[in-house]
Ligand binder design. Structure first.
Ligand code: B12
Ligand code: SF4
Ligand code: SF4
Length: 319
């Protein structure tokens, strides 16, 4: 009990905004069976598209004990990335998803997770720990729900009563038996705003996203110079050139969310108001320097140019 409290205090002191603990049983829980079933159905329907890594070892992805032998607890951590800025969407501009306005969250959260692991080891020298931020075979949203950070909304992202949809997640798996938190309750009710807001109808049923239709997948994960965005989806991509926030933006639980003061997530002029006519001529060299510390690197130079081309075409701009 005291150890769990001390770990949570350390986490908050390191700049995490939300922290909770999920218990991992010695045998698979009904929740783990549900996870595996949902993941398997999702994969069988081909919703992962070209993200082949999602299809590897689903049993491992659904069960943390296969990721860290002897895992008994998972510490889930969230960082608020909402800033007080609004994207400039006047004609001629592209739109970049909020999570990519500042520095790469993998690095920001990853460094804090490493520090938290060190502090856990000083509190409990025998503990074995392993941390990830979207970097391991762990279903982060589901465990964050179990740890009480929020519930999985109908857009399939985690919604926190305090931070709305704007938490990025990371976790520490550990052999320590920590005091678990109460799982969060689904407060979506009869709301369907996110489903209606999706420009490409990617939320095929409540809680299920077909990634191959999702603008986030189309503009980030469908990478490479040979990879063309399906023509029938191109008009619906509108001005979005990296990721998409439409299903998050409409969620009523975001009305009360407070912006973060975290410097790492503040936008740059380019990420807040990317001018399509400038980006169309972006060289590989400038791309590499400009986005060195940004999640936008993941789309690669050719991928971003492809997205800019689609957005420019949607706005009837000529190069
Ligand atoms: C693959 C992936 C994607 C894919 C697929 C998205 C998806 N919904 O699966 C793509 C590229 C499209 C994507 C997009 C985005 N992503 Co992403 N992504 C992931 C990743 C790597 C795995 C997610 C996963 O396991 N998917 C597999 C399917 C089966 O899982 P699922 O949809 O979560 O299914 C669960 C529920 O929907 C529910 N469920 C499923 N079926 C059913 C049926 C019923 C009846 C019920 C009740 C429930 C239910 O149970 C399932 C298990 O819990 C995670 C990181 C991680 N390691 O977890 C980040 C992650 C989910 N992504 C994240 C973010 C921020 C985004 C974007 C917002 C980025 C953007 N702005 O462009 C968008 C949001 C799109 C959306 N609406 O989901 C964050 C979400 C943070 C949060 N607060 O939830 C994560 C956690 C990364 C992180 N470390 O912060 N992502
Ligand atoms: S991120 Fe955009 S495209 Fe993907 S499910 Fe949400 S609204 Fe739809
Ligand atoms: S928009 Fe409505 S249905 Fe979607 S996650 Fe938010 S509350 Fe739930």
């Amino acid at each position: 009990m005291a150890l769990s409290r001390a770990i949570k205090q350390e986490a908050l002191a390191l700049g995490f905004d939300a922290v909770g603990i999920a218990r991992i049983g010695t045998s698979a829980s009904p929740e783990q069976h549900r996870l595996l079933t949902r993941l398997t159905h999702w994969l069988e329907r081909g919703y992962h598209g070209t993200m082949a890594w999602m299809g590897r070892t689903p049993e491992k992805r659904a069960d943390p004990r296969h990721v860290l032998a002897g895992c008994r607890s998972m510490i889930l951590l969230g960082v608020n990335y909402l800033t007080e800025h609004r994207a400039d969407e006047t004609p001629g501009h592209g739109r970049i998803a909020r999570y990519a306005w500042g520095k790469d969250y993998h690095k920001v959260l990853g460094e804090r997770l490493k520090q938290l692991e060190l502090r856990i080891h000083s509190l409990a020298p025998d503990a074995v720990t392993r941390s990830y931020v979207d970097t391991g075979p762990v279903m982060e949203k589901a465990w964050a729900e179990q740890a009480g950070l929020g519930w999985i909304g109908k857009h399939s992202n985690l919604v926190s009563a305090e931070f709305g949809s704007w938490l990025l997640l990371g976790e520490i798996l550990t052999t320590l038996e920590l005091e678990p938190d109460e799982p969060a309750t689904d407060l979506c009710g009869s709301c369907t705003l996110c489903i209606q807001a999706c420009p490409t109808k990617a939320i095929v049923e409540p809680y299920v996203v077909d990634a191959t239709r999702c603008v986030s997948y189309l503009t980030i994960e469908l990478r490479g110079d040979q990879t063309v965005i399906p023509e029938e989806l191109q008009p619906d991509i509108g001005n979005r050139i990296f990721g998409c926030d439409d299903c998050l933006d409409v969620c009523p639980f975001n009305l009360r969310a407070e912006p973060t003061q975290e410097p790492a997530f503040q936008p740059t002029p380019v990420t807040l108001a990317p001018l399509l006519k400038d980006l169309i001529h972006l060289t590989e060299e400038t791309f590499t320097t400009q986005f060195r510390e940004s999640p936008i690197r993941r789309a690669r130079h050719q991928g971003l140019l492809r997205n800019v081309g689609v957005a420019a075409n949607n706005q009837r701009l000529t190069p």
